[in-house]
Design a protein around this ligand. Structure first.
Ligand code: 0YR
Ligand code: MG
Length: 375
């Protein structure tokens, strides 16, 4: 007998979890905590689902997400069957008066939390980890690349030392570092220092976080092949489709982007225009797992690799990447893993396949006590 998965309660939460070293920067953001903003969804048969979005732990904005969940979406969910995920996703996404005030943005982070909780319930009800529910693993091991050694708030020497340790001692096959300062020549020196430190075999990606313009990127582009840069991430402003098209035509190094795109339609436009090579959907920004799967299918149809951005810090994306044939590697940032019953684990550079039923989002009982904020 299947458990009764009728939704009885929707209970938002906000956690603020410290980042490594208590502060990190990229070219556009400074943060001290990662915001884990989401909801518990309770069902009649006793299964509880958890889902969350990722934020930069700005309490006032986090509360916009939780109030969107409790005031706008909860009334549409109570009494519905949590396992009807596609139907409920459409009901939330297309609810006309809510869509009128938020066709992307806050509403998408809110739907992502709900959608993930529903998938979590569905997987728990079938007593399977999410990757199994989605069709099973499509690869024997999923490569992890590490972003946590390469912040812009660290000097070049520290970044180079961190990356050397990640590759030589911890077994990572790839790292990503932040660039995108006002001094592109200093950024090139940083890239060179890291390449020298990690040797020729490990992969090296660089991330501008949307900060440069076409002129600046074109001025550094000819040097990037010297350091065998795997991709340049978000070289230009997030929504600058024509700029990325021109850049893709002029630069040898492939472009990665997607962490700031909210919709399947945006991904279609970037992909169809040839503006992206490495596709980086983030289920926390894309209104959840449901839409993420559509983007991954779209990338597959264009034979482009999917390398998600981890707004969830990998807890859910590890399931999605093991299950989806377009996913080729996954970012690793360890900030929030200790909050969960089954934390993500990387061994010798590869993600360990999760085993517990659900979407990987069940919190340890003490996580809310330690990091919970007032709603
Ligand atoms: C910190 N990964 C990213 C973090 C990171 C951002 O601002 O949110 O650097 O998520 O771009 O690729
Ligand atoms: Mg990025």
């Amino acid at each position: 007998m299947l458990p009764d998965t009728t939704i009885t309660a929707v209970e938002p939460f906000i956690l603020h979890v410290p980042v490594t070293g208590n502060m990190i920067q990229d070219s556009t953001h400074t943060l001290t905590h990662w915001g884990v903003v989401g909801t518990r969804v309770r069902t009649a048969g006793g299964i509880t689902g958890y889902g969350f979005s990722g934020t930069h732990a700005h309490l006032a904005s986090d509360r916009l997400i939780t109030s969107c969940i409790s005031d706008s979406y909860a009334p549409l969910l109570i009494g519905q069957d949590a396992c009807d995920v596609q139907r409920l996703w459409s009901a939330l996404y297309n609810c006309a008066p809510i869509q009128w005030v938020g066709r992307s943005g806050i509403t998408h982070l809110a739907i992502a939390a709900v959608d993930t909780a529903l998938w979590d319930i569905k997987a728990k009800a079938s007593e399977q980890p999410l990757w199994k529910l989605l069709g099973g693993a499509t690869c024997s091991r999923l490569e992890a690349y590490n972003t946590d050694g390469g912040w812009l708030s660290l000097d070049s020497q520290t970044v180079a030392d961190n990356c050397r340790r990640l590759v030589e001692s911890e077994g990572y096959r790839g790292v990503k570092i932040k660039i995108g300062t006002d001094d592109p020549r200093a950024d090139l020196k940083r890239i060179e220092a890291v390449r020298t430190a990690i040797g020729e075999h490990a992969t090296l990606a660089v991330d501008c976080n949307g900060r440069w313009n076409l002129t600046t990127v074109l001025s550094v582009a000819p040097r990037l092949p010297d350091f065998d840069v795997l991709w340049v991430e978000e070289p230009l402003f997030y929504d600058d489709l024509p700029g990325h098209v021109r850049l893709a035509q002029a630069m040898l190094t492939p472009i990665a982007l997607g962490e700031q795109l909210y919709t399947l339609d945006s991904f279609r436009d970037f992909i169809a225009a040839g503006a992206v090579h490495w596709v980086q959907p983030d289920m926390t920004r894309l209104a959840g797992i449901t839409e993420w799967l559509r983007v991954a299918d779209l990338a597959l149809a264009y034979h482009l690799p999917v390398v998600p951005h981890v707004g969830d810090m990998g807890q859910v994306h590890v399931h999605l990447c093991y299950a989806h044939p377009a996913a080729t590697r996954l970012e690793y940032i360890p900030w929030i893993k200790d909050c969960f019953e089954e934390p993500i684990v990387v061994e010798s550079g590869y993600y360990v396949l999760p085993q517990l039923p659900g979407a990987g989002t069940t919190f340890r009982p003490d996580a809310v006590e330690r990091y919970g904020m007032e709603l």
